[in-house]
Structures are given as structure tokens and as C-alpha cells.
Design a binder for this molecule. Structure first.
Ligand SMILES: Nc1ncnc2c1ncn2[C@@H]1O[C@H](COP(=O)(O)OP(=O)(O)O)[C@@H](O)[C@H]1O
Ligand SMILES: Cc1ncc(COP(=O)(O)O)c(N)n1
Length: 263
């Protein structure tokens, strides 16, 4: 149903170049027919070539953004992206606990494609201890899953084992993204009684800035629209593949995917 009235929320960092972060999330929420809202956690001075400066917002303004949104327009589904420091993570978790959103999609953003660390090393513990257990779905790429589990992940079987290990933290589902492995672009969904493989051809494209942000917000939008978790991921995987297929040059570096390819 594309009536643009189902509220969705992203809690993430701003990417000034518009390809990743809050901007990618809002574009995705809109393209998929939902009403996108945002809580900004940090501002990055970023373009297609790199991240040049990051300024985190205060706990106070992050908390207030969440409270005023939930008190007025309760979102049907929420996504969390870049949350860089231990205190920001704790503040978000404590504030969200009051509202207990059913569909919380957590993308454990760690290092940007351009190699900049968007999660401070000392924040990893709070991510694992407080945020991940609250998630409905966690969407790590294999490098992030390695950081979370301490395992080396090389193939589909490793992805399954690492996913099962992450589930022990108490969340419902792990969607592990295989975009960084060789061969087809294979993602796997792991739940207590669920194991699904989502396979699409690997596209030989350089402009993949914001793929992780786009996939997790597509899942958030589809859950908000009422699809089951399996169907929401199926539709989102097809969406990310088409946005990559239609990606384009913008700037001098790694350009964005095309959120609006179907319009
Ligand atoms: N070259 C590609 N061709 C097709 N799909 C891709 C490609 N690169 C990544 N993907 C898909 O894009 C989504 C985001 O994955 P990934 O790039 O691994 O995330 P992240 O941005 O977190 O590193 C996943 O579904 C992955 O399989
Ligand atoms: C604010 C922000 N959030 C997330 C990403 C990760 O996106 P990518 O892995 O595509 O660089 C980013 N570059 N900037």
C-alpha cells in the first residue's frame, strides 16, 4: 500500500552527500511508500570520497527527538544505523525501552565503505550488551558479524554459525549480508526456527555507497507495511539489487544507489 501515511523512523547519522545514513533511509522510506521520520545521532561531513569530520549530537537532543516523535507519531517500525559512542547507545536503549517498538531493525554500522570508523572502539561493548538484544532483526555484514562474534566468516556455513551465535544475545532474527564475500550476493536469515537464503546475482558496479543503510531501511518500511519478516526481506533484497543495478556516477568517488529507479 503506497499511501505514504504509514510512519517509519530512522535513528542514525547524517551523510552530507546524501548516499548513506539518514538521507538514504528517508529516500528508501519514501520510495517504498511510507512516511519517513528521523532522529539524528551525529552529523558527518562526508562525500563520495570519504568521511572528513564527525560531530555527535548531545544525549539530551537525541533523547528528546525520540520522545517527541513517539509521543506524537508512534512509528510502525524503527531502524537504527550509526550510533557512534557508548553513551549514545545507552541513551537510545533507555529511551526506546519506554516505548518498546515491536519492529526494531538494527544495522550495526561500524566502518564506512571509505574506511572511516563510524563506531568508536569503546562503543562495541554497549552495542553488544544493550542494543543488539533489543533488536527484532540485526543486519550485520560479515565483517561486522566477525567483530560481534570473534569468529572468522568465509562462507555460507560460517554465516549460519555466526548468526546462531548472535541469536544467543536474545534478539529475534539475524540477517547476515554476504555482500563482502565472493560469488553471488547471498544474504541469510537466521531465527530460532528459521533459516532462509536470499540470493541475487553479484552486480559489477562501483557505486554502492549506502547499500547497507538502504537494505535495512527497506526492511523497516516493509515490516511497517505489514509484510512478514520473510517477505519483507525478500522484497527488500530485490529492491537493493535493483537500486544497485541502476546506481549512477555522482561525485568523484563511490556514488550512490538509485533509490527511485522505479519512478
Ligand atoms: N555488488 C553487489 N551486487 C549485488 N548485491 C550486492 C552487491 N554488493 C552488496 N550487495 C547487497 O547489498 C546489500 C548490502 O550489503 P553490504 O554491501 O554487504 O552491506 P554494508 O553496506 O553493510 O557493507 C546486501 O543485500 C548485499 O548482498
Ligand atoms: C552517516 C553514515 N551512516 C552509515 C554509513 C555506512 O554506509 P556505507 O557502508 O555504504 O559507507 C555512512 N557512510 N554514513
Amino acid at each position: 500500500m503506497r499511501n505514504y501515511k504509514i510512519p517509519t523512523l530512522t535513528i542514525a547519522g547524517s551523510d552530507s552527500s546524501g548516499g548513506a545514513g539518514i538521507q538514504a533511509d528517508i529516500k528508501t522510506f519514501s520510495a517504498l511508500g511510507t512516511y519517513g521520520m528521523s532522529v539524528i545521532t551525529a552529523i558527518t561531513a562526508q562525500n563520495t570520497q570519504g568521511v572528513f569530520l564527525v560531530e555527535e549530537l548531545s544525549n539530551e537532543i537525541i533523547k528528546k527527538q525520540i520522545e517527541v516523535i513517539f509521543d506524537d507519531i508512534p512509528p510502525k517500525a524503527v531502524k537504527i544505523g550509526m550510533v557512534s559512542s557508548p553513551q549514545i547507545i545507552k541513551e537510545i536503549v533507555d529511551t526506546l525501552k519506554k516505548y518498546n517498538p515491536k519492529y526494531l531493525v538494527v544495522d550495526p554500522v561500524m566502518i564506512s565503505k571509505s574506511g572511516y570508523s563510524l563506531l568508536k572502539p569503546e562503543a562495541k561493548m554497549n552495542l553488544i550488551k544493550y542494543l543488539i538484544p533489543m533488536a527484532y532483526i540485526l543486519t550485520p555484514n560479515t565483517l561486522e558479524a566477525e567483530e560481534i562474534t570473534g569468529m572468522h566468516i568465509d562462507n555460507l556455513n560460517d554465516m549460519k554459525i555466526a548468526g546462531q551465535k548472535i541469536l544467543e544475545l536474545g534478539l529475534k532474527y539475524v540477517l547476515m549480508k554476504g555482500g563482502h564475500l565472493k560469488g553471488d550476493a547471498v544474504d541469510v536469515l537466521i531465527g530460532k526456527d528459521t533459516f532462509e537464503i536470499y540470493k541475487q546475482e553479484r552486480l559489477d558496479k562501483k557505486n554502492t555507497h549506502g547499500t547497507g543503510c538502504t537494505l535495512s531501511s527497506a526492511i523497516t518500511a516493509h515490516l511497517a507495511l505489514g509484510y512478514s519478516v520473510e517477505k519483507a526481506i525478500d522484497l527488500s533484497k530485490k529492491y537493493i539489487t535493483e537500486t544497485i543495478r541502476n546506481s549512477f556516477d555522482m561525485g568523484k568517488g563511490v556514488g550512490p544507489v538509485n533509490h527511485f529507479y522505479s519512478f
